[in-house]
Design a protein around this ligand. Structure first.
Ligand code: TPP
Ligand code: MG
Length: 408
C-alpha cells in the first residue's frame, strides 16, 4: 500500500497532527514523545506464575508506563472466560482427532491473550483475528459453533462479520491488518468513535503487509491497536530466526507509534495494558503496538509435529507459567473465588463444550456447486463452464453410487 500524495489531505493524514498527538499523549504521562513511543525497559507483569501480585517495583512499570490494577469484576469475568477458553481449545483438539473438525490451530496456553483481546473492546469496536484467535472471537460473543464452522471447511465463515464487528479469521498472514486499518480509516473519516484491534503473531511481523499496515495507521493517525502474540514460533521457525530487534514492541517507534510489551500469560497485566491502549486510541492518540510474550504450548496445528524442532524441556518451562492456573491462584488468594464459583464456571465451560460436540457432530449436507458461488458478483464464463462440467460429473457418478447401494 503506497501512500499517494492525493490521499494526504492535511485534515486526514499529515505528520503534523500525528506528531502533535504523540507529544500530547507523552505530556499526559509527563515524559518525552520518544519515551512514550519506546516500550518500558521490562515487560509489564503484575501477577507471577504462582498467582502472587508482584510488588509495584517489580511490575516493569516506570514513569509514563504505569498501569492501574483492573477492577475485580473485570478480573472475575476474565477468569471465567479463561476457563471456558481452555475447555474449548481442548474440546476442539479432540474433535479434530475424531474427524469432526478438519484443522484447529489451538491457542492452548495463549488464553490470557485471547480473553484480554476481547474484553478490552467496547461493543462498537472491531476485532481482526488470525486463524489462531477463535477463543478471542468467541469471547467477543460470537456463538462458538458458528466460530468453529470455518475449521470444518464447509463454509466461508460461520458468522456475520458486520453484526459482530469481527473480521473472518484469516489464514493468509497479515491480510487482516490491512483490513483493520481500512476499517479504522473509514471510521475516522466518518467521525465514529471506533477502536480497531488488529491481531497477528510473531512470524507475521516479517510480512510486508505488517509494515504497510503499521505505516499507514501511523501516518493517517488511526485508532488501531496492533496486538502481537509472540508465542515464540512461526510453525517451526523460532523467534531468533524471525527478528533480532530488542523486542517486537520496539518496532513501534520506527513507525512513530507507542509500543509496550507485556507478560502474555498474565491476564491482569494484559487487561491493564490493553485497556489503556484502547482508551488512548479512542482519545485520539493514534495507533499503538502491544506485544504479548506467550508460548504456543501445542503443535502449530494437527498437521505439525513440534517434537521435530523444539525440546520438551522448553515446553515444560512454559507449562509452569500457565495463564489459567495463575489466575485461579490469584483470585482464590484474594478471596474473590470460592468453590461454589469454581463449580459454576466449570459447569458453564462444560455446557459450551457440549454445544460444540453437538453442533460439530451434525453432518451438514454439502453442495459441491457452492464452490462456484460468491467468487465473483457476476460469475465468469469460465466458472459457468466449470460448474456445468461438475454438474455432469456428479450426474454421471450418481447412478454408480446408487448401484453400489443397490448391490448391498
Ligand atoms: C502470506 C502467508 N505466508 C505464509 C503462510 C504459511 N504460514 C501459515 S501459519 C505460518 C506461521 C505464522 O506464525 P505466527 O505469525 O507466529 O503465528 P502463530 O501460528 O504462531 O500463531 C506460516 C508461515 C501463510 N499462511 N500466509
Ligand atoms: Mg508465532
Amino acid at each position: 500500500m503506497t501512500i499517494s500524495a492525493n490521499h494526504t489531505a492535511p485534515h486526514q493524514a499529515g505528520t503534523a497532527s500525528a506528531e502533535d498527538a504523540l507529544t500530547e499523549a507523552a505530556k499526559k504521562f509527563g515524559i518525552t514523545a520518544e519515551d512514550y513511543m519506546l516500550p518500558a525497559r521490562h515487560q509489564i507483569e503484575m501477577v507471577d506464575p504462582e498467582g502472587r501480585l508482584k510488588p509495584e517495583g517489580e511490575q516493569g512499570t516506570e514513569p509514563g508506563h504505569e498501569y492501574p490494577l483492573p477492577g475485580d469484576a473485570e478480573l472475575l469475568a476474565a477468569y471465567e472466560q479463561l476457563v471456558v477458553g481452555r475447555r474449548v481449545n481442548d474440546q476442539n483438539s479432540a474433535l479434530v482427532r475424531q474427524g469432526r473438525m478438519a484443522v484447529y490451530p489451538s491457542s492452548h496456553g495463549q488464553e490470557a491473550c485471547q480473553v484480554a483481546a476481547a474484553l478490552c473492546l467496547a461493543s462498537g469496536d472491531w476485532m481482526f483475528p488470525t486463524y489462531r484467535d477463535a477463543v478471542a472471537v468467541m469471547t467477543r460473543g460470537v456463538d462458538p459453533v458458528q466460530v468453529m464452522t470455518i475449521f470444518r471447511g464447509d463454509w466461508h465463515g460461520g458468522f456475520d462479520p458486520l453484526k459482530h464487528k469481527v473480521g473472518i479469521q484469516c489464514t493468509p498472514l497479515t491480510t487482516q491488518l490491512l483490513h483493520a486499518v481500512g476499517v479504522a480509516h473509514a471510521a475516522k473519516l466518518r467521525d465514529e468513535d471506533t477502536v480497531v484491534l488488529a491481531m497477528c503473531g510473531d512470524g507475521a511481523t516479517s510480512e510486508g503487509d505488517f509494515h504497510e499496515a503499521l505505516n499507514f495507521a501511523a501516518v493517517f493517525h488511526l485508532p488501531v491497536i496492533f496486538f502481537v502474540q509472540n508465542n515464540k514460533y512461526a510453525i517451526s521457525v523460532p523467534l531468533a530466526h524471525q527478528s533480532v530487534a530488542p523486542s517486537l514492541a520496539h518496532k513501534a517507534v520506527g513507525y512513530g507509534m507507542a509500543g509496550e510489551r507485556v507478560d502474555g500469560n498474565d491476564v491482569v497485566a494484559l487487561l491493564a495494558v490493553l485497556d489503556r491502549a484502547v482508551a488512548l486510541a479512542r482519545g485520539g492518540s493514534g495507533p499503538l503496538l502491544v506485544e504479548a510474550n506467550t508460548y504456543r504450548m501445542q503443535a502449530h496445528t494437527n498437521a505439525d509435529d513440534d517434537t521435530r524442532y523444539r525440546e520438551s524441556a522448553e515446553v515444560a518451562e512454559w507449562r509452569a507459567k500457565d495463564p489459567v492456573h495463575r489466575m485461579r491462584a490469584y483470585l482464590t488468594e484474594r478471596g474473590l473465588l470460592d468453590s461454589a464459583a469454581e463449580e459454576r464456571i466449570a459447569a458453564h465451560a462444560e455446557e459450551v463444550a457440549a454445544a460444540l460436540r453437538e453442533g460439530l457432530s451434525e453432518d451438514v449436507p454439502v453442495d459441491p456447486q457452492e464452490l462456484f458461488r460468491h467468487v465473483f458478483a457476476k460469475p465468469t464464463p469460465q466458472l459457468k463452464e466449470q460448474s456445468v462440467l461438475l454438474a455432469d460429473e456428479l450426474a454421471r457418478d450418481a447412478p454408480s453410487i446408487d448401484s453400489k447401494e443397490a448391490g448391498k
